[in-house]
Design a protein around this ligand. Structure first.
Ligand SMILES: Cc1cc2nc3c(=O)[nH]c(=O)nc-3n(C[C@H](O)[C@H](O)[C@H](O)COP(=O)(O)OP(=O)(O)OC[C@H]3O[C@@H](n4cnc5c(N)ncnc54)[C@H](O)[C@@H]3O)c2cc1C
Ligand code: FES
Length: 364
């Protein structure tokens, strides 16, 4: 039997039981004790906390997210650290009372749709064995099965459907050449009818439904997924939010997807939603009669041209880390404060090896 230890989370004084092969974050989230986190794989440093007492194994913490001197000072990344004794940690809790906490649980899902929607991109729809509670913008972990002598691994994909559809969940997944979860599984053998093991919900990149300021949502590639959940939740479910403007960035039209869906939402909710698909490697001439439907250039250039100022707005940025970083700079140059910018970087295992830590000033 695996040894279990007690984790005390200060300043709450809450105690949770954690197995030696379980991360401290996982034990806390499953017990309904919220700790800040974003990537859950030791790359972003969002969860960094302090060990006040006890021993931990730092697991797969990136040496960029948790430097050697920080380990010596008693810091840890609870998303990958496992206990080796009873442990007391102190976390920067910064709890947003307006966001419900849904404890993490395990679910079994059945793949009901797996279809190509753009170049190297699929829509995966999974029917869970029971309902899951989550906030618009959160994600699930999928267990990628062991294969060719390699052990099972977890991969994280954002939920693209709204919380009002608690059993049938949609995901958008981009193939990453050489990637275990995509190239080696979703794009290589997974098919309708298969069973998948998932857990969740995770993440704090969620639509703030107590904030009615206009929102600029920027999604690069499959970074659209959590934004689609937020937009559908606000428009179709009537969740409170200000005017939403979606910037969807892609190189060319073959990489864009759900264009008709968002166009029809914009037509249905003209006072609440604006849709701006942007193409960085195609021109107005390439698009001919359809040119008026797109912005041309990098999504950041289109935003900058559209808005001399964004003062009084909030931002939600999601996708590949370089795009998120560039969009952050653009929004800040248009007078958005860091505290009003929320971001989700789609860090992968390569980012863990090469570093991927963001400014601690920025909301995740
Ligand atoms: C919060 C969050 C939400 C996300 N949501 C989505 C989503 O909705 N849709 C989506 O498409 N993606 C999403 N991602 C990204 C996703 O989790 C995966 O990282 C992505 O799908 C690639 O997974 P993979 O297993 O195929 O690739 P990985 O196995 O992670 O490999 C990625 C790349 O890194 C290289 N690599 C692997 N290991 C190493 C190493 N040790 N050193 C150097 N290079 C290495 C691989 O060769 C490959 O090129 C999200 C990420 C996060 C953090
Ligand atoms: S959530 Fe722990 S490092 Fe990202």
């Amino acid at each position: 039997m695996t040894t279990t230890h007690t984790i005390t989370v200060e300043p709450l004084g809450r105690e949770v039981e954690c197995r030696e092969d379980q991360s401290i974050l996982d034990a806390c989230l499953r017990s309904g004790v919220w700790l800040p986190h974003s990537c859950t794989h030791g790359t972003c440093a969002t969860c960094k906390a302090e060990v006040l007492d006890g021993e931990v194994d730092h697991g797969a913490a990136s040496s960029f997210a948790l430097m050697d001197y920080e380990r010596d000072e008693g810091k840890l990344l609870p998303c990958v650290a496992c206990p080796r004794s009873d442990v007391v940690i102190e976390a920067d809790l910064d709890v947003d009372e307006s966001i419900p906490v849904h404890p993490v649980e395990d679910y079994t899902g059945t793949v009901v749709e797996l279809s190509e929607i753009a170049r190297d991109t699929v829509r995966l729809v999974v029917e869970l064995d029971r309902e899951i509670g989550f906030n618009a913008g959160q994600y699930l972990k999928f267990q990628v099965p062991a294969r060719d002598g390699m052990p099972a691994v977890d991969r994280t994909w954002s939920i693209a459907s709204p919380p009002t559809e608690p059993r049938r969940l949609e995901f958008h997944i981009r193939n990453v050449p050489g990637g275990r979860g995509t190239d080696g599984w979703v794009f290589c053998g997974l098919s309708a009818g298969d069973t998948v093991a998932v857990s969740g919900p995770y993440g704090r990149f969620v639509l703030k439904t107590d904030d009615d300021r206009p929102a600029i949502l920027v999604g690069g590639g499959t970074g659209l997924a959590p934004l689609k959940s937020m937009i559908r939740h606000a428009l179709e479910d009537g969740a409170s939010a200000g005017h939403l403007t979606l910037y969807q960035g892609a190189r060319s039209r073959e990489w864009l997807y759900d264009v008709e869906f968002f166009r029809s939402l914009a037509a249905r909710y003209p006072d609440r939603f604006t849709y701006r698909p942007c193409l960085s490697e195609e021109t107005a001439e390439d698009c001919g009669a359809d040119a008026g439907a797109y912005g041309f250039g990098l999504v950041t250039d289109v935003i900058a041209a559209d808005h001399p100022t964004l003062s009084g707005c909030v931002g939600y940025l999601c996708g590949p880390p370089p795009m998120v970083e560039a969009a952050l700079k653009t929004l800040m140059s248009r007078r958005l404060f860091p505290r009003d910018i929320h971001r989700e970087d789609f860090f992968n295992e390569g980012d863990k090896a090469s570093g991927g830590v963001r400014s601690p000033l920025i909301k995740r």
